[in-house]
Design a protein around this ligand. Structure first.
Ligand code: 2AM
Length: 192
């Protein structure tokens, strides 16, 4: 049975994806060819990269995730400001930051623990929530890239109500990855 490349993420509403894409397009005019940009519809906040997962294990995975995600109350996050991995001197990944209450960290750790119980390797790096905008090409001229990124101000872009977590399937294709939502797992329902 062929494996599914899976990951768990928060979806970004299309209106915000489009605002982000406008910034990518503006930067692209300044630094053409330097960055492989993430398609607007593919921008998300990764919580856990699972990698190869057997289709037979998906129902169990969704069940275990639901049990912990259902315990968390909805919350709001804001997005804005640039960041660079691993450092601004030699950037490899360009991202937009997340401003979030401790709820996001709690959600992340609950998912990490549920996945560890199912045998997925624990993440070694500390959680650094971000939205990847693009990845710097090997051949990019860093002397042009750095000032362009440092001079471009992105500011605050908006807020997102986090009410569910999405399990995604990723299919790698020559023209770029294709992401398909396999399940939307809701946070706790608030009494109205
Ligand atoms: P990102 O959030 O930094 O972009 C789907 O591949 C998502 O899982 C990507 O958005 C990616 O990171 C994240 N991811 C984390 N670890 C990964 C890995 N080892 N291989 C591929 N993607 C990974």
């Amino acid at each position: 049975m062929s494996m599914i490349r899976a990951f768990i993420a928060l979806e970004i509403p299309p209106a915000l994806q489009n605002i982000i894409a406008e910034h990518s397009a503006a930067l692209q005019r300044d630094i053409p060819h330097a960055i492989r940009w993430v398609a607007a519809a593919n921008i998300h906040l990764t919580l856990k990269f699972l990698g190869d997962t057997s289709p037979a294990s998906l129902q169990g995975l969704i069940h275990s995730l639901s049990a912990v995600i259902n315990q968390q109350e909805p919350f709001q996050i804001s997005i804005g400001e640039f960041g660079l991995f691993p450092n601004p001197k030699r950037p490899r990944v360009l991202w937009i930051g997340i401003q979030a209450p401790p709820d996001l960290d709690r959600l992340y750790h609950a998912i990490e623990t549920a996945c560890a119980r199912l045998g997925y390797p624990a993440e070694e790096k500390p959680f650094n929530p971000h939205l990847t905008l693009g990845r710097v090409r090997e051949e990019a001229d860093q002397t042009r890239l750095r000032p362009a990124l440092q001079n471009y101000q992105i500011g605050q872009l908006g807020a997102i109500d986090v009410e569910s977590v999405t399990l995604f399937r990723s299919d790698l294709r020559p023209q770029g990855p294709s992401y398909t939502a396999l399940a939307h797992i809701p946070l706790a329902q608030l009494d109205s």
